[in-house]
Design a protein around this ligand. Structure first.
Ligand SMILES: *[C@@H]1O[C@H](CO)[C@@H](O)[C@H](O)[C@H]1NC(C)=O
Ligand SMILES: *[C@@H]1O[C@H](CO)[C@@H](O)[C@H](O)[C@H]1NC(C)=O
Ligand SMILES: *[C@@H]1O[C@H](CO)[C@@H](O)[C@H](O)[C@H]1NC(C)=O
Ligand SMILES: *[C@@H]1O[C@H](CO)[C@@H](O)[C@H](O)[C@H]1NC(C)=O
Ligand SMILES: *[C@@H]1O[C@H](CO)[C@@H](O)[C@H](O)[C@H]1NC(C)=O
Length: 314
């Protein structure tokens, strides 16, 4: 009962302030954008790593895009899909559809950032900011109305904490002041529903926009909580969705005890996710945790019915 009341009040507050983020300034991506804007992209940059075109290949605009969500496990998903011989992936987050200054450069600019591929390969890029950016669904639809989209989601409360954690470490590294999680999330005793990280976790609100432009069967949702615990079954579902032959195998993964994560073994190479992934989260006050879960509950229910699938988030 208390939960319902609180969410009703918060829901009102949030629909009044309902502006969602325009873009997120992930440091790495920002740097890439700045570099390309001032023409500093060297030939060695990841963007242009394959300067020499292997015979029989060309650059293609993506037939599939991982649209988000930020801190949902997009990097893990992309790296794992990269195991598949029929998949090539863009090295960096491109931010073509969500950043106007990139979008105006046009589709040829976008294509030029894609790796070379053979005809039987599909190109995938991921930019986690797409999912929550209002203008993106229509722009992607304009490019290819039958495109297949991948969306990786995790428990929305965990996602908020992970979002906070990333910003926290970025600020620490650049010697900026940091705040406790609880002090950001709770303002004057109530949940701070305007906090961007909370708004990004309102999956129903974002999904509604996507479903105005795409059929549900064009959007495959990967369960990020499952992908981390047991990658293969989730990846096999993606192979099916993309009509690819099953080529990702149990032997492509090994569990790294130190990291507590799966690492990837393919083409005789082993790779684990970058150190910044899977950083330890702060221990959050359980009252605050309950308030967050309470806030997301009805949004989650709405999302489950929208996508006809229950994710059993808290
Ligand atoms: C990149 O390579 C091309 C040809 O190989 C060369 O003309 C150009 O100057 C190089 N650009 C940079 C920034 O090194
Ligand atoms: C659009 O996307 C579909 C699904 O991935 C793909 O089969 C098709 O080739 C794409 N069209 C273009 C023009 O890229
Ligand atoms: C496991 O993770 C640790 C910590 O990140 C790393 O130093 C080590 O190289 C990894 N080992 C393997 C076999 O991937
Ligand atoms: C959690 O926060 C509430 C107020 O929001 C406070 O009353 C409570 O003591 C805190 N619990 C812990 C374990 O710190
Ligand atoms: C919803 O999912 C169930 C099985 O999970 C399926 O039988 C049903 O056709 C789906 N409905 C829609 C509208 O997609």
């Amino acid at each position: 009962m208390a939960c319902l009341l609180v969410s009703a009040i918060l829901f009102l507050t949030q629909s009044q302030g309902g502006v969602l983020e325009r873009r997120h300034l992930d440091n790495g991506a920002l740097l890439e954008t700045l570099k390309s804007e001032v023409g500093l992209l060297s030939n060695k940059s990841e963007h242009y790593s394959a300067q020499v075109r292997p015979p029989g290949t060309s650059r293609q605009i993506p037939q599939t895009i991982i649209i988000g969500v930020r801190k949902g496990g997009t990097r893990a998903l992309l790296e794992m899909l990269d195991i598949h011989p029929h998949i090539v992936v863009a090295a960096t987050e491109v931010h073509f559809f969500d950043w106007d200054e990139n979008y105006v450069k046009g589709i040829d600019w976008y294509r030029s950032l894609m790796p070379f591929s053979y005809e039987n390969q599909i190109t995938i890029e991921k930019t986690p900011g797409y999912f929550t950016s209002p203008q993106v669904p229509e722009r992607i639809h304009d490019m290819n109305s039958s495109i297949k989209l991948l969306l990786i989601l995790r428990d929305p409360t965990e996602r908020v904490i992970s979002d906070y954690t990333q910003v926290y470490y970025n600020r620490l590294e650049s010697h900026k002041p940091v705040q406790h999680f609880e002090d950001i999330v709770i303002k004057n005793g109530a949940l701070n529903a305007k906090y961007k990280a909370i708004q990004r976790s309102l999956y129903d609100i974002h999904m509604e926009r996507w479903l105005k432009h795409f059929n549900l069967n064009q959007i495959h949702i990967v369960d990020g909580n499952t992908l981390i615990k047991d990658p293969l079954p989730e990846l096999q579902k993606v192979e099916k969705f993309l009509n690819l032959p099953p080529r990702i195998l149990p032997s492509n993964f090994y569990f790294n005890q130190t990291k507590g994560f799966y690492c990837i073994r393919s083409d005789g190479r082993e790779r684990c996710l970058h150190e910044s992934k899977g950083r330890p989260h702060p221990v959050v006050n359980t009252t605050v945790l309950d308030q967050l879960r309470c806030h997301f509950r009805e949004h989650n229910e709405r999302f489950y019915s929208m996508v006809n699938h229950s994710f059993h988030w808290h």
